[in-house]
Design a protein around this ligand. Structure first.
Ligand code: FMN
Length: 300
């Protein structure tokens, strides 16, 4: 007989997303107000735009409609009381910001709405778009001033409970201890990106792999390129090899190696899309490096 599989909780699944929490500050004829909102997300880098989704019955929405500005104060781990109070009462019920010893107000830079201290991020926003979507209203704010506190950790929200960031999950990325020099080389290539995405070719001889000197440095790596977003990785690599006058036949099937390079507490995540290659007669200077090199040994 077929066993019937049942989901543990078939209803309310829409309530089980995981989010961060922000406190939205606003001001209106009755003075400033604050509410908690988990549906807050950055939707553009340039300009920086943040969308917040707020229910129509809130006091906050009336304020924002009037003044066309709001503050997004991303809550930190020490702010569960603030969030519960901001989300548990409406400004129509009580002047929340005046409750003793709950909120620590900070002065805004570019808007007139007060901001909240001790948050991870404070973003001052000017309203640029408003649209009713289902039973909430999307308010899009253009960020006119933004600050980040490196010492604070964000407060997370899941199934009505608060959580913190207690561990980092890197289990599917191989950790490779590298020299300071190597880490610096890849960090320079990454230019601040969390993950450096490069494409390279592995040309192996018995005990060694073909390497080239990276332009303007003494660093030797397998021939690598960093394709711009959207470019076909193999085509970009072949063109790069041609430009370098490297005569290599590149196979079709890519291999993916995802590493996290580490030196002390410093790390750089690197994705290597690798194609095996066969070396034809080389017209340009290249060398061979033993396969036990700190990076190469993890690529083959
Ligand atoms: C953790 C948490 C997250 C919340 N997220 C939202 C949200 O994303 N959008 C929303 O409309 N209300 C959200 N609420 C509910 C509002 O904060 C609540 O309705 C508040 O009383 C509105 O305040 P106001 O009437 O003073 O504007 C949330 C409440 C809590 C406790």
């Amino acid at each position: 007989m077929n066993k019937v599989l049942t989901r543990k909780i078939p209803s309310k699944a829409e309530r089980y997303f995981s989010t961060g929490i922000s406190m939205i500050t606003s001001r209106g004829p009755q003075g400033p107000n604050i509410m908690a909102a988990e549906w807050v997300i950055q939707i553009s880098y340039s300009p920086v735009l943040i969308a917040v989704f707020i229910h129509n019955g809130s006091y906050t929405i009336k304020n924002i409609e009037k003044t066309k500005e709001f503050g997004v104060n991303v809550a930190s781990q020490g702010q569960t009381t603030e969030v519960s109070v901001a989300g548990g009462y409406s400004g129509s019920e009580i002047d929340k910001l005046k409750i003793k010893n709950v909120f620590k107000i900070s002065q805004p830079h570019k808007i007139k709405t007060p901001m909240i201290a001790d948050c991870t991020i404070n973003a001052e926003c000017k309203l640029v778009r408003k649209e009713k979507l289902g039973d909430h209203v999307m308010l899009v704010g253009k960020v006119v001033h933004i600050e980040y506190d490196d010492t604070k950790s964000p407060l997370l929200y899941h199934k009505g409970r608060y959580f913190g960031l207690h561990s980092t999950i890197e289990h599917d990325r191989k950790e490779v201890l590298v020299s300071k020099n190597t880490l610096e080389f890849f960090k320079n290539l990454a230019q601040g990106k969390f993950v450096l995405k490069c494409v390279g070719v592995l040309v192996e001889s018995k005990d060694a792999v073909l390497v080239i000197k990276w332009p303007k440095t003494a660093y030797e790596t397998i021939p690598l390129a960093i394709p711009p977003q959207g470019k076909n990785q193999r085509d970009y690599l072949t063109r790069h090899l041609n430009n370098m006058k490297l005569q290599i036949t590149v196979e079709n099937e890519p291999i993916m190696k995802r590493l996290v390079l580490k030196n002390g507490t410093e790390i750089q995540r690197v994705n290597f899309v690798l194609f095996k290659g066969k070396s034809k007669k080389q017209t340009r200077e290249h060398t061979w490096k033993p396969k036990n090199d700190e990076i190469i040994s993890n690529l083959i």
